[in-house]
Design a protein around this ligand. Structure first.
Ligand code: SAH
Length: 323
């Protein structure tokens, strides 16, 4: 018998160690190079608002194939060379397989198993679809109390536990992402004391909502999350409202969550995509323009995905979040 968070951690570690996740799902940086470019420029502008400290740590959590960061570095090298010269690149990645792919594109990076070993000092951290891969616990309201979900032979069993201090309807599932909360608390507290900002882009509602959001994708298709651990990518919705509270309690100022489409439009992704399209033959130009639609339109990724930034209290609102 394994508690759900332990099962999910084990299943995803096996999955990311042995699979090319991009056979199973497409993430924003893999859809358009403009995504990483505008986020790189976001980091450069925040760096300037910090007084352009050098050196500065530029970090990414869960960099996947390294595409976002490679696009970001190309853009800042061209547009904000001072920032490119000041930054020290650090990647937080647990999968040896993905580290090897990242090293081909980002040879100057330093790798970490966890955020705790990032060097001290001002930090700019970006994480796209990182929090949703972290393990969750699930509690089920039963009568006046709670049970917790454990996994046995590919099925859930429930055990009575002291559950969360929350109201819920009979049978309702409530998820708690302890690992994600702990990472956000640590980042917020170091940003509050050492300076900088962290930008999270992920899938989840603006306000906390009960419900079972655990899902699995295998070869691009929804699959049973509990069957054959390690063969499918397991994710859960990110509870931005809870994470924002955790970050504030640790001393950071929180901006968002706002829809991904609002952030990307504010950062000029449509303009950048148009510029890229102009140099392409017509068929490829229209394909390029469709990538911006996919990332921004509310009925595609533009509303389901949210962006939230944690900042040192002395900083102005970061680009894309200003009122
Ligand atoms: N940001 C990338 C990849 C998203 S997939 C993109 O947008 O394409 C999730 C990434 O987080 C993978 O790189 C995976 O190996 C990594 N990851 C998952 N759990 C992790 C953990 N606990 N610590 C560090 N990295 C983790």
């Amino acid at each position: 018998m394994e508690r759900l968070d332990a099962f999910m951690a084990r299943a995803n570690a096996a999955y990311y160690a042995n699979h090319d996740p991009y056979a199973d799902f497409a993430t924003a940086p893999e859809i358009s190079q403009a995504f990483g470019e505008v986020l790189g420029l976001w980091a450069a502008v925040v760096w300037q608002s910090m007084g352009s400290p050098r050196p500065v740590i530029l970090a990414e959590a869960g960099p996947g194939r390294g595409t976002l960061m490679a696009d970001a570095l190309r853009a800042v090298t061209r547009m904000v060379p001072d920032f490119a010269g000041a930054l020290r690149l650090h990647l937080v990645e647990t999968s040896p397989r993905l580290r090897a792919i990242q090293a081909e594109r980002l040879p100057d990076a330093t790798w970490h198993d966890a955020i705790e070993t990032l060097p001290e000092g001002p930090l700019l951290l970006i994480a796209n679809e990182f929090l949703d891969a972290l393990p969750i616990r699930q509690f089920v309201r039963r009568g006046a109390g709670w049970t917790e979900r454990f996994v046995v032979n590919g099925a859930f069993v429930e055990q009575s536990v002291d559950g969360p201090q929350l109201e819920a309807a009979e049978g309702e599932v409530v998820e708690i992402a302890e690992v994600g909360q702990s990472i956000v608390a640590k980042l917020a507290s170091r940003i509050a004391s050492q300076g900088g900002s962290a930008l999270f882009v992920d899938y989840g509602p603006t306000e906390s909502a009960p419900g079972d959001s655990l899902q699995a994708l295998r070869s691009g298709q929804p699959a049973d999350p509990l069957a054959t651990p390690g063969s499918a990518d397991l994710t859960a919705h990110v509870d931005f409202q809870v994470l924002a509270g955790v970050a504030r309690a640790a001393g950071a100022v929180v901006y968002g969550p706002i829809p991904q489409g609002v952030l990307l439009t504010g950062l000029g992704l449509v303009t950048r995509t148009g510029a890229l399209a102009r140099s392409l033959p017509p068929a490829r130009a229209s394909a390029m323009l469709r990538t911006a639609t996919r990332l921004i339109e509310p009925d595609q990724m533009g509303r389901l995905f949210k962006a939230m930034a944690l900042c040192h209290p002395g900083l102005p609102p970061p680009p894309g979040f200003a009122a």
